[in-house]
Design a protein around this ligand. Structure first.
Ligand code: FUC
Length: 813
């Protein structure tokens, strides 16, 4: 439809129409008719990342598109456009790996429970042991761990010479439509390429077009890495590339079908599809493996049938319909949250905009445009890397360039996987948690073995890291390998999902079994510390910092959180024996909340904190965020101690570390400091494509910082909805809509001169609502949307009223 319209337009209009095409894709389809009839003036929006040159560097210049399972990166080369893509299930390692694979689990003969108890006893006496000593005893080699793999490259080669000859080059990613585009002019012809990855149709779609007939000539090929067997075949304009990884014989297959309008199609000498003088061409690509997330073999059906069907269906569906279905699906998620920071859209490419942000050359309003873009980009990235039916977002989301990715692009569970999902509920993308829960469910079998073989305990656990092969055991890295609290922590995500959605069925059927298993493990493993007369974790290791000790703060805080929430779930499930056990332990569990000699929150049971340490991990503030045992409103002394700790650690750190700090300062209601951390992150740990940088590229910084921005605008962890708890002076005026508070409440907020103007809250369940704002005055009131006044009590910045499900209430200052 679009192409047809373009071709009927006069030259100049046609050109600007092509430039605005991105914009068209960003607009709901029902509006397209209006727009094309010329009755609505399209204005440019700034939710676009763009470059004025092709990408050279995968890490810093890729524009990523994806559908949860598939992730592709757009570099937009002129002479050669190489679209790299990954599919989450293509991994080396695991069962069948040439290195051997044992899930990281020692066998019974290795006597690990005994070794574990020996370390425990020694620690209870000596209180501190060097990580290397513990690792020498409990660490293990972990052969066959594997790595996430780059899947394949779609290679489009033209005989255009390169950048010098072209004009108006633009490579962009429109977050409102999840489509990337490349456009340029060569010899008076405007060329356009569009790219998207469809979730409903599970394919990558690429379209090449121009504003003159017969101008599309190129060759198309599929290439893959050399660590696998390869069979390539071509039939009826379709390339099939398949084989198996050398390491583990995991089968892979990808198919690419080319559909062209006019022109000719040949097979080139080097076995590529050769298109000449077509009017337009679109390509559809599907990929899969015979992976299945089923312990212990992790193999399912040969991918051939699924991959073929997806390509066949997409071809039958047609380009316009694929695009329409993609937009409907994506926008139904993305459009739920809007953020306005009174920003000034910038005409600059994103890399320049970022550079000017760093050198203070932008106006404040333009800086806000970048900050808003960064927030929505994270939501975009989560939708693009975490959808039902595939695996969760890994350290690189869904994107990969390597055969051996940094940290295997795996699932680190001492902080990283958790923070990937902090924004899911608050920014109204609850559905994106589905792959996380499926994944954690699938870790139950190996997780139970980990509990038995390493600890001699019931329940389930895992340690620092896991892969797609059910790795639940040990590695040997002294300062990181010991993190058995991981399962307790990740199971809190199930409980949070219940709190945000109010879905009791989910709580009882899915959350509770996982939480119960995690709690069961700790009921067996906790040990009585005579020195303080409490139940403690030992050996305990505060993430990646210091020595092994007894009851480090984070260990205890996670367990406090686990036992409290599991107790609630057990009560709701009517599991009385479990209620009793948890209540008993809770009564004498050390909560891990101590204030030390320089006023800091102690990282360890003993007051050991080094005031000069700027270590990136600040896990002992777990109780402040993501948990809720510390709050300036309820526990001011502990909150002050957290401030001391954070000031000592400073505002530096890696990408994800700064993202943590945004959340911490937001929870401490210090909007200016949270904003400073956001600025630091953009200044020092963001790549030109706004991917977060550890370094290397690690997506947790994107996700974690967006979660922090949401926390600056809305919090709900303490049985009340807190409006604008940490609004920075840099954002004096703005509006946010569609954020979620616990209790399944949708919240819209408008503010001006740093003060709330009004909020709209819509609970999905009936009950009392407690809403806090420091802008409330004695004139503040609650009405229905129709203006009917609601009886409400106002005291101490808190409005309380009885709300009906689905009703939207307006609260004004
Ligand atoms: C944790 C962090 C590292 C890195 C790794 C993937 O171990 O301490 O900095 O983020 O995960």
């Amino acid at each position: 439809m679009l192409t047809h319209q373009i071709q009927n337009l006069p030259d100049r209009t046609r050109q600007s129409f092509l430039c605005q095409r991105n914009l068209y894709l960003s607009i709901p389809l029902f509006l397209l008719t209006l727009l094309s009839a010329g009755s609505v003036q399209a204005t440019s929006d700034d939710l676009t990342l763009w470059f004025d040159h092709p990408g050279q560097n995968w890490e810093s210049e890729s524009l990523p598109i994806g559908n949860g399972a598939l992730g592709a990166t757009i570099q937009g080369g002129i002479q050669q456009d190489i679209i790299e893509f990954s599919e989450k299930t293509l991994w080396t390692g695991g069962p069948g790996s040439v290195e051997g694979y044992d899930f990281g689990l020692p066998d019974k003969q290795a006597g690990y429970p005994q070794k574990f108890r020996e370390v425990q006893t020694a620690l209870l006496e000596r209180r501190s042991i060097k990580p290397e000593t513990v690792a020498a005893k409990l660490g293990r080699n972990h052969p066959g761990y594997g790595s996430f793999q780059a899947f394949s490259e779609i290679v489009l080669t033209t005989d255009n010479k390169g950048l010098e000859q072209i004009k108006n080059y633009r490579r962009s990613l429109d977050l409102t439509s999840a489509t990337a585009s490349v456009s340029y002019m060569l010899d008076g012809v405007n060329y356009q390429r569009d790219y998207f990855v469809s979730y409903p149709d599970q394919v990558i779609v690429i379209k090449l077009s121009s504003d003159q007939p017969g101008k599309i000539s190129f060759s198309a090929d599929l290439r893959t890495a050399d660590n696998r067997s390869q069979q390539k075949s071509i039939k009826d304009a379709r390339i099939t590339l398949k084989g198996a990884l050398n390491d583990n014989q995991l089968k892979y297959e990808t198919q690419m079908q080319l559909v062209q309008q006019n022109g000719t199609l040949d097979l080139s000498d080097d076995n590529q599809l050769q298109v000449s003088q077509a009017d337009s061409v679109w390509l559809v690509v599907s990929a899969g493996t015979n992976y299945a997330n089923r312990y212990p073999h992790y193999r399912g059906d040969d991918p051939h049938q699924t991959v073929s069907e997806r390509v066949n269906n997409a071809v039958t569906t047609g380009y316009q319909q694929l695009l329409k279905r993609h937009l409907e699906d994506y926008q139904s998620l993305f459009e739920r949250v809007t953020l306005n920071l009174d920003q000034q859209p910038s005409p600059l490419p994103t890399d320049t905009l970022l550079a000017q942000y760093r050198s203070d050359k932008n106006t404040a309003a333009t800086d806000r445009a970048l900050e808003r873009l960064y927030f929505q980009y994270a939501r975009y990235l989560l939708i693009s890397s975490s959808r039902k039916g595939s695996l969760p977002a890994n350290l690189q989301g869904a994107w990969n360039h390597y055969q051996q990715a940094p940290w295997s692009a795996d699932y680190h569970v001492n902080i990283n996987l958790q923070m990937n999902y902090w924004l899911a509920e608050t920014t109204n993308l609850s559905e994106t948690t589905s792959p996380l829960f499926d994944f954690i469910d699938s870790l139950q079998s190996p997780g139970k073995l980990a509990a038995q073989r390493i600890f001699g305990a019931n329940g389930w656990t895992m340690l620092l890291n896991t892969n797609i092969w059910g790795f639940s055991g040990l590695i040997a890295w002294p300062t990181a390998f010991w993190q058995p609290e991981a399962a307790a922590w990740i199971s809190q995500h199930y409980y949070q999902h219940y709190l945000f959605t109010g879905d009791q069925d989910f709580l009882l059927k899915r959350a509770y079994p996982i939480m119960r298993g995690a709690a069961q493990f700790w009921l067996d493993v906790l040990v009585w510390d005579k020195q303080i007369g409490k139940w403690v974790v030992a050996p305990s290791y505060s993430p990646e910092h210091g020595d092994f000790s007894v009851g480090a703060a984070m260990s205890q805080q996670i367990l406090l959180n686990l036992f409290r929430t599991t107790l609630d779930a057990a009560q709701q499930a009517g599991d009385l024996p479990m209620v009793d056990k948890l209540a008993d332990k809770l009564a004498e569990l050390d909560p891990g909340l101590r204030i030390g000699s320089w006023g800091q929150l102690q990282e360890w049971q003993d007051d050991l904190d080094d005031q000069k340490s700027t270590h990136r991990h600040i896990s002992h503030l777990f109780a402040l965020h993501p948990s809720n045992q510390i709050s300036p409103l309820e526990t001011p002394a502990l909150a002050n101690a957290a401030v001391k700790t954070l000031n000592a650690r400073g505002d530096g750190g890696t990408g994800w570390s700064q993202a943590w700090k945004i959340n911490f300062w937001a929870r401490l209601f210090d909007g200016n400091r949270a904003h400073k951390l956001l600025a630091e992150l953009l200044d020092h740990n963001s790549l030109d494509n706004l991917w977060s940088n550890h370094p290397p590229f690690q997506i947790d910084g994107n996700f974690g910082s967006a979660a922090g921005i949401a926390e600056m605008l809305l919090q709900s962890q303490n049985h009340e909805i807190h409006l604008l708890p940490a609004l920075p002076e840099a954002w004096p005026k703005g509006a946010v809509s569609g954020l979620k508070a616990r209790g399944n409440v949708t919240v819209d907020i408008t503010w001006q001169t740093g003060k709330l103007v009004e909020a709209k809250v819509q609970p999905m369940q009936s009950g009392q609502l407690r809403v806090r704002s420091n802008s409330f005055t004695q004139h503040s009131k609650v009405t229905t949307e129709q203006g009917q006044r609601i009886t409400a009590r106002l005291e101490d910045e808190l409005i309380t009223f009885k709300a009906e499900a689905n009703q939207r209430y307006r609260i004004t200052r």
